[in-house]
Structures are given as C-alpha cells and as structure tokens.
Write a protein that binds this ligand. Structure first.
Ligand code: PRP
Ligand code: ADE
Length: 172
C-alpha cells in the first residue's frame, strides 16, 4: 500500500502559496490509518520509549494510537490556555503564522525517554518547540516521527542530533 495515495493536496490553503497536505482521506481509510500507525510503531518498538508526546491538534490523531499500540502513555502538548495545571510555554514560528505551545510541568519524570509524533514536518518550528518543552520538564527526546515531511522546508536543519522518521516525503 502507498500511503501517498491517501493524502489530498489542496493548493493555496490556508493562504496563497501553501500546498496543503490534507490527511483526512488517510484518517477516513481504516487500512491506510492502520498502516501509518504500524509503520511508526515499528520504528519505535525497540527504542525503549517511556511515553509519546504530540502537539495539538493533528499530533493527537496519530500520537494516541501509537502510544496505545506500544502500551505506554501520551502527553498532550497544547495551544495556550487549554491545560489546567502549572505549565511551561514556548513561542514558535509556523510555515504560516506564529503560535505558542504549553506542557504540564509534571508531565514527565526526570530522564524518561519521549518520542514525539505529529502528522507533518514543515519548517520544524512546532516539533522544535515540543522538543524544547520536553527537555525543560526533564525528558529525553528519543525520536521525532511524522506521517509527512516537506523536505524543501529543511525542518531537519532545526532538529540536528535527533532521530527523525517520516513515512511520506514531498519536496514542498
Ligand atoms: O513544521 P512546522 O512548520 O512547525 O509545521 C508543522 C505543524 O503545522 C501543523 O499544525 P498547526 O499548527 O497548523 O495546527 P493543527 O494541528 O491544530 O492544525 C501540523 O500539524 C504540524 O504540527
Ligand atoms: N503544507 C502543509 N500542509 C499541511 N499541514 C501543514 N502544516 C504546516 N504546513 C503544512
């Protein structure tokens, strides 16, 4: 099965010049969804991962089923004002716009090995912010996993030294 067949491309969404990779056909296809989750699980299964972390919102869609398959917990990294307990926050740039992410201060025990799961790597701003938050609360970022990578945006340059796994690559 080619997961690429389950991605729909919408040009000029949400703003002019962006080639948006729409994952909803993949989410709607049980076989493709299972294949994507299995491929990420296979990458992580021998890496002694203690927990999965994923950024709101699309990181939740893939992060929770991966955590469930591995039999480990999930840490939500959320947009501002959503987490009820004490948080750390970091601001970051997106392919389109700026945003802020937060994590609960007690989300991770010191030294725990955390794998990040998200739908897409573009500029790398989001996952760099997630990694910073994980490290701030005492975790080790053991792996970064994406369904899609937009290679020409050079997200990997911001993520040097980390293990990076992406299932489908587009130039842009
Ligand atoms: O590598 P980057 O340039 O940071 O871009 C990738 C991020 O952008 C999208 O999230 P978005 O912030 O649009 O939020 P959403 O998941 O709530 O749609 C996507 O789900 C990734 O998390
Ligand atoms: N080109 C793109 N398609 C889908 N989601 C994105 N998030 C950031 N850039 C994106």
């Amino acid at each position: 099965m080619d997961l690429r067949d389950s991605i729909r491309i919408i040009e000029n969404f949400p703003v002019e010049g962006i080639s948006f990779k729409d994952i909803t056909p993949l989410l709607a296809d049980g076989e493709a969804l299972r294949e994507a989750i299995n491929q990420i699980v296979n990458h992580l299964k021998d890496k002694n991962i203690d927990m999965i972390a994923g950024p709101e919102a699309r990181g939740f869609l893939f992060g929770v089923p991966v955590a469930n398959e591995l039999g480990i917990g999930f840490i939500p990294v959320r947009k501002p004002g959503k987490l009820p307990y004490d948080t750390y926050a970091v601001e970051y740039d997106l392919e389109y716009g700026k945003d802020r992410l937060e994590i609960h201060k007690d989300a991770i025990k010191p030294g725990q090995r955390i794998a990040v799961v998200d739908d897409l790597l573009a500029t790398g701003g989001t996952v760099a912010a997630v990694s910073k938050l994980i490290e701030e609360v005492g975790g080790e970022v053991a792996s970064l996993n994406f369904v899609i990578e937009l290679t020409d945006l050079n997200g990997r340059d911001k993520l040097q030294g980390y293990d990076i796994n992406s299932l489908i690559k587009y130039d842009i």
